[in-house]
Design a binder for this molecule. Structure first.
Ligand code: FES
Length: 169
């Protein structure tokens, strides 16, 4: 069990090792304004240890398809060079919740409707003749008309109303 207190600041290599990401990813995140460092007198990057939590959140958000611009927008409200307080994490969670809930809902619908007819015009699934006879769904407009993407219960052809970057049209 380690007894020494870990340093409050880390080099880019230390962050990369601990976070499990390449140094190039850290440089990319920094260039995108997602994380921030400062330079030592010797011009070496130093990151606050709290950057590890930010990187973990960025990685998870990216894996679930959240656009980098949205991640950046949300994280921009957090302090740059000190650990985020519980109240600040709480405010971020509240602020981001609606968008994340919408994404979860959409992904759940994608999962649940993946095997059924979604009214996209392909007529390639066994139940298409029942749910979309003769591609009658096309009369309602383009896209997958039976694919419910609007969490408020209305159909949307491309997720545009939800603001999500999932191209299902
Ligand atoms: S799945 Fe495309 S029209 Fe049925």
């Amino acid at each position: 069990m380690p007894t020494d207190k870990p340093p409050s600041e880390m080099s880019v290599g230390q962050v990369a090792r601990r976070a499990g990401v390449p140094v190039s990813t850290l440089h990319f995140y920094e260039a995108q304004g997602l994380i921030h460092s400062h330079r030592t007198a010797g011009n070496q990057r130093r990151f606050p240890r709290a950057v590890l939590r930010l990187i973990a959140i960025i990685r998870v958000a990216q894996k679930t398809g959240v656009p980098l611009a949205q991640i950046k927008d949300r994280l921009a409200k957090l302090p740059r060079h000190r650990p985020v307080t519980l109240a600040e994490w709480s405010a971020l969670a509240t602020d981001w919740r609606a968008e994340l809930d919408e994404r979860i809902t959409l992904l759940a619908r994608l999962r649940d409707q993946l095997t059924g007819c979604i009214g996209c015009g392909c007529l390639s699934v066994a139940e298409c003749p029942l749910r979309n006879p003769g591609d009658s769904a096309a009369e309602e407009g383009p896209g997958a008309r039976l694919f419910k993407t609007d969490p408020r219960g209305q159909n949307s052809s491309a997720g545009a109303s939800s603001g999500l970057d999932l191209d299902i049209g």
